[in-house]
Design a protein around this ligand. Structure first.
Ligand SMILES: NC(=O)c1ccc[n+]([C@@H]2O[C@H](COP(=O)([O-])OP(=O)(O)OC[C@H]3O[C@@H](n4cnc5c(N)ncnc54)[C@H](O)[C@@H]3O)[C@@H](O)[C@H]2O)c1
Ligand SMILES: [Zn+2]
Length: 362
């Protein structure tokens, strides 16, 4: 098992990564004074596979569990589901020292974090990520949110967990498509800040693709270290953390235009990584070859980075809702692998040209 500390200035917390973390959950939590109950938020599918294991790990610590089930995936991230959960906590007399636990992917984590932050102005929150996306990215950093029909993650706040428990054995049951989606976030980390990881993946991705537990433990730990470094310097996405949005401007626009029903988040990120690399090249910011390298990496991870795109005006309209927007869209670009830059004032014509090159109608 590996432990990575996220050194948030207000209160550091540990991410425990390894095999068997769920069954020993109670051992990896900090003091929780007065906690009488753990409210575990999970969708039915994840709960059927992993709730009992987690519950026994928490029971060993004397913490009884109540399961609160939610819809699977993005459908959980609505104000309606949030409200239902608030009522459930209130009718069960949940109190301020009790714990909210997110057991599942990034969607469950984003929703449960928002629940933990808002009920009685905040309950201790534990992330138990069970998808690759959530283990390498979403469970660390304290972003919580639900969606509005107008856009993704438009309602939420920053609220850090007290602990993150990432059991790589839970990834065994993850469908192939969701696993590959998580690899898009891994590719993002490798391309932006971890050249050693990039070299490893470029030379032999097969242990990761075979979900070798040792390989996954190292992979998750590397990505968590990268995220921990970025968020502890910049909790609120104003500087260094923006780098982890590489590929996400287009990804979020696509997710919104697909009405959240088309590509997975990771598949949208893969397209976004290709777009960002092409844009970096087109603007002369990066050395030539970055887009080709990105495509080769994605393809070796089972991601194509392509597919149907909406038309250019729809995409550029969606860009204006991007949270990096500040008097204009800001893009995270790469001057080369491992050298991210935040760029303002990218001409709309250049954006349109690159999107058209990728198949978007004018
Ligand atoms: N807060 C952040 O910093 C952050 C970062 C990245 C992504 N996100 C958000 O996370 C969401 C995407 O998360 P995701 O990719 O984890 O997808 P997800 O949460 O939608 O889960 C995908 C599917 O995997 C299933 N699943 C989860 N764990 C499983 C397991 N171990 N075995 C079998 N099935 C399992 C779920 O039931 C669901 O159907 C998006 O809403 C995205 O916006 C948030
Ligand atoms: Zn992401």
């Amino acid at each position: 098992m590996v432990r990575v500390t996220v050194p948030m200035p207000a209160r550091p917390y540990d991410v425990t990564i390894g095999t068997g973390v769920l069954a020993t959950a109670g051992d990896h939590l900090p003091e929780l004074p007065g906690a009488a109950q753990a409210y575990v938020v999970a969708d039915r599918g994840v709960a059927d596979r992993w709730f009992e294991t987690l519950a026994s790990g928490l029971a060993a610590r004397g913490l009884p569990t109540v399961l609160l089930t939610v819809p699977a995936g993005e459908e959980a991230k609505t104000l309606q589901v949030h409200q239902t959960l608030l009522h459930q906590l209130a009718t069960q007399s949940a109190h301020r020292d009790d714990v909210v636990v997110a057991l599942g992917g990034g969607a469950t984590g984003d929703l449960a974090g928002f629940l933990a932050a808002t009920y009685m102005r905040g309950l201790p929150f534990v992330q138990v990520p069970t998808t690759l996306t959530a283990q390498v990215d979403a469970s660390v950093g304290g972003k919580t949110a639900v969606n509005l029909p107008e856009g993704k993650n438009l309602v939420g706040l920053f609220y850090q967990p007290v602990a993150v428990l990432a059991d790589v054995a839970a990834l065994e049951t993850l469908p192939e498509r969701d696993f590959r989606s998580g690899l898009a976030e891994v590719a993002k980390v490798a391309l932006t800040v971890d050249l050693e990881l990039l070299a490893e993946l470029e030379s032999d991705p097969s242990p990761v693709l075979a979900r070798d537990e040792g390989a996954l433990e190292r992979l998750v730990a590397r990505c968590v270290r990268a995220k921990a470094a970025a968020v502890s310097e910049d909790e609120r996405d104003t500087g260094r953390r923006l780098i982890l949005n590489y590929g996400h401007t287009l990804a979020h626009a696509l997710e919104r235009l697909d009405a959240f029903a088309g590509r997975t988040h990771g598949e949208a990120v893969a397209v976004g990584l290709v777009f960002a690399a092409r844009l970096s090249e087109r603007l002369g910011r990066s050395e030539p070859g970055l887009a080709g390298r990105t495509l080769r990496l994605l393809s070796s991870l089972g991601l194509d980075g392509g597919g149907q795109l909406p038309d250019v005006p729809s995409i550029t309209a969606a860009f204006t809702l991007d949270k990096k927007y500040r008097g204009g869209v800001r893009f995270v670009l790469l001057e080369g692998a491992g050298r991210p830059v935040v760029v303002e004032g990218v001409p709309e014509t250049t954006i349109a040209e690159v999107l058209e090159e990728m198949g978007a109608a004018a």
